[in-house]
Design a protein around this ligand. Structure first.
Ligand code: C5P
Length: 284
């Protein structure tokens, strides 16, 4: 076997709380993450050439691509002699969207290299390698429903959350994650998610309880224009029957959770008319 293709699932933050700034410049988080079926396809092939060739749609395939960084971290961390690699990413997850698309690709590369070269490695060992690549990578290695704490690398796997259909809608602008974190430092966070309540609702399989606790503190520190755009999409989703709507990660993508497929489809078609990057998905 010299080639492996794996799905790289996008994530949503069902809750996202920032607990404080750390001495290392990162922020202490408490966030409940959920994988959704929207995914990239990542193919890793061992080649006879040296070096890594990465094709990733219109994105650069150089060192700035987390998929390439993951491959380098794999060889550096395992001590396995670097091999020539071709990494091909079929992108579907919107980029710079708060859905961890780049981190998901990186996680898929780690899983693929394990399958090709180190089948004895544990998922835990892959997660540790992923930490060096980015804060969301360990979660993407693990997937499913999980609480992420610390920088994002301290993971607790949760019972699979009650399944929802999801409409994901990315407005046509991007938000800088470091800038939003800095804004959160400068402002007092008054409204926070009920993380403990969310964990209880997930454990109990209580879908209305999960929906009632969807909350992201980053929404409060968006610039005014960005906030208006995000709130407008949230209102549309709720008016069209979503049980909950929120921004994911540092945005600007907004998601709506639906119990019924039909209503989710109607909301998807409605938003798709105004926002090209609208997707119909569901919890993995
Ligand atoms: O870890 P990653 O490179 O994905 O993080 C991107 C940026 O997001 C960091 O440089 C930092 O500014 C911010 N960040 C943070 N606290 C976290 C995760 C990310 O401040 N827990």
């Amino acid at each position: 076997m010299n080639t492996v293709t794996l799905p790289a699932y996008a994530k949503l933050n069902l809750t996202l709380d920032i607990l404080g700034k750390r001495a290392d410049g990162y922020h202490e988080l408490a966030t409940v993450m959920q994988s959704v079926t929207l995914h990239d396809d990542v193919t890793v092939t061992l080649t006879e050439c040296s070096g890594i060739v990465c094709r990733c749609g219109t994105l650069p395939g150089d060192e700035s691509n987390l998929a390439v960084r993951a491959a380098k971290a794999f060889f550096a961390g395992t001590g396995i002699a670097p091999r020539g690699l071709a990494i091909d990413v079929e992108k579907r997850i919107p980029t710079q969207a708060g859905m961890a698309g780049g981190s998901a690709d990186a996680a898929a590369v780690l899983h693929a290299l394990r399958a090709l070269l180190a089948p004895g490695m544990t998922v835990q060992e892959l997660e540790t390698l992923g930490e060096q690549v980015g804060s969301d990578v360990p979660y993407c290695v693990r997937g499913g429903t999980a609480l992420a704490e610390g920088r994002g690398e301290k993971l607790t796997t949760l019972k699979a959350a009650p399944r929802f259909h999801v409409v994901v809608c990315k407005p046509d602008f991007s938000v800088s994650t470091p800038v939003l974190f800095r804004r959160s430092d400068a402002s007092e966070i008054t409204d926070r998610p009920d993380t403990a309540g969310m964990l209880d609702a997930i454990e109990a399989g209580d879908a209305p309880g999960v929906a009632a606790r969807v909350f992201n503190v980053f929404e409060a520190v968006l610039g005014q224009t960005e906030q208006e755009a995000v709130f407008s999409i949230k209102e549309t989703l709720l008016a069209l029957g979503a049980s909950a709507a929120a921004m994911t990660g540092s945005g600007p993508t907004v998601f709506g959770l639906f119990t019924g497929l039909h209503q989710a489809q109607l909301a998807y078609h409605h938003l798709k008319r105004s926002y090209q990057q609208t997707f119909l998905s569901e919890f993995v």
